[in-house]
Design a protein around this ligand. Structure first.
Ligand SMILES: Nc1ncnc2c1ncn2[C@@H]1O[C@H](COP(=O)(O)OP(=O)(O)OP(=O)(O)O)[C@@H](O)[C@H]1O
Length: 246
């Protein structure tokens, strides 16, 4: 079971703060959706939590892994990513590899699984995300929703106890979004800790236990999904949500 804690995280690009004193927690098995407009700092926040980007102040703690400011934090991030899966907005699949090969690659290289074991595991994971019949397809032969589900299966192949997802439904048509939401709901049911960032209120409403609003690099407010989305407490939260819901 994984708990994610972020305390007082700040990050600057040149002298401009893109994240300012951001704190959040995701309890084991909980789904937190960070909601915010374009440029709010959502991707940057997720990359800091995954140990993919250095930050300037604060601390990220994922169970016993602690990431601190500077480059040293990034080497701790490499160990952390063995237990935490990261799903990128653009899927990040290898175009010349079949769906199952994309899923089997990291277990082969990092966990040193035998080829046949890695293939069997990949086929099982593709079945779990509803893609058993598409295992032999190349990414260009898959729809956006299918590609995203292969990316989820690939993240699951490292047996993560938590998944971080960056705008994982934003590029999909409405009917394909549902395929991914269904997959997320299933994973949530299995007790995975999920931290998702998005500008889509619909995704937050469908999967989040709690929502955190991030605007211009600052936490505006956070709370249980239904309460926060229907009755934001702060003027900035009200302003942000009314703009999104128009
Ligand atoms: N490498 C970089 N160098 C300088 N500025 C950057 C860099 N990466 C991001 N930024 C800036 O940091 C701010 C936050 O960007 P970020 O991508 O985290 O926002 P976001 O909320 O994920 O936006 P979107 O929803 O549009 O992806 C933006 O103003 C962006 O221009």
């Amino acid at each position: 079971m994984v708990r994610i804690l972020v305390r007082g995280l700040s990050k600057f690009f040149a002298s401009r703060a893109v994240l300012e004193d951001v704190s959040l927690s995701v309890e084991p098995g909980e789904t937190l959706v960070v909601l915010g407009p374009s440029g709010a700092g959502k991707s940057t926040l997720l990359r800091c939590v995954a140990g993919l980007s250095p930050f300037d102040a604060g601390e990220v703690q994922v169970n016993s892994w602690v990431l601190r400011p500077g480059a040293q934090g990034l080497s701790a991030g490499a160990a952390l990513r063995q237990r935490v899966g990261f799903i990128f907005q653009d899927f990040g699949l290898f175009p010349h590899k079949r769906a199952w090969e994309n899923v089997a690659l990291a277990p082969r290289l990092v966990r040193k699984l035998e080829a046949e074991t890695a293939r069997e595991q990949a086929l099982e994971l593709l079945a779990k995300v509803g893609l058993a019949a598409r295992a032999e397809a190349y990414p260009h032969q898959l729809s956006g929703g299918e590609k995203q589900r292969v990316a989820i299966a690939r993240a699951l192949a490292m047996a993560p106890a938590a998944l971080l997802g960056d705008e994982i439904t934003s590029s999909l048509d409405p009917e394909l979004k549902w395929e991914v939401v269904e997959t997320l709901l299933r994973l949530k049911g299995e007790g995975l800790t999920l931290l998702l960032v998005t500008h889509e209120v619909g995704l937050a409403r469908q999967v989040a236990d709690r929502v955190l609003l991030l605007v211009e690099g600052k936490v505006v407010e956070e709370g249980p999904t239904q309460t926060l989305l229907s009755r934001p407490r702060t003027p900035r939260g009200q302003q942000f949500l009314s703009r999104l819901l128009v």
